[in-house]
Design a protein around this ligand. Sequence first.
Ligand code: SF4
Length: 261
Amino acid sequence: MIPETERALLLHQLKNYLVFLKESGHTHIPLNNELSELPVMAVPARVFRDSSPQLLDSGMKPTRPDQQSKKALEPAIRLDQVREELGDCQRCKLCDTRNTIVFGSGNPEADLVFVGEGPGADEDAQGLPFVGRAGKKLTEIIEKGMLLNREKDTYICNIVKCRPPGNRDPEKDEVDACKPFLIKQLKAIRPKVIVALGKPAASTLLGRSVPITKERGTWHEFEGMKLMLTYHPAYLLRAYTLENRRAVHEDMQKVLKVLNT
Ligand code: SF4
């Protein structure tokens, strides 16, 4: 028997998922041989992993509590060390106009890390990444499209930690100054999958100019970690077409498949 609280959570997430499918242009729920196209984590893995032994038959490996706490501690400590090293950073000119350094937020032991471009006005004011309109869209993608919990299942950061004035693109010298800290963050967490949101993040991680329209949805590698490229949620808001929403949805289903292996 699934406990009542988990059943309610599953139903709530299923409902959100169906709404998301509809908004993504799906007109039916895939059946039979199409089932493999459904997100493999449509049922939240964390619920199973944490408390439903009978559901572990689904193929997910249980993690012993002592292993969990050990795993949880180490990336968190490593991330703290990176933050400490960053300090009151003045390594590039963005320090002159920022209010706060937006280091990153989420779970240091997450299997999934999203990397965006840079903080905007809301993020600069709050010191947290992706809290404005684009952030809400990203949360929707994570929670309604992937049925994950943003805080528990992901970690989110940007290629530059300080807001470029007027939300302009970060310049090369700024990206170069900040990139070592991004790399250290990613190595501290060592997620199963990194998702680069938009061209600047994809180009920074791959070290070349990435035509995001052509390359979104494709797998790459970054420091031994799998890297998926997709559109930035701000682009999705600007070009809110069915085609673009579907594209991001499909990219995230690919990510879910890898997360569940
Ligand atoms: S953007 Fe990065 S390198 Fe530049 S001042 Fe901020 S934290 Fe330092």
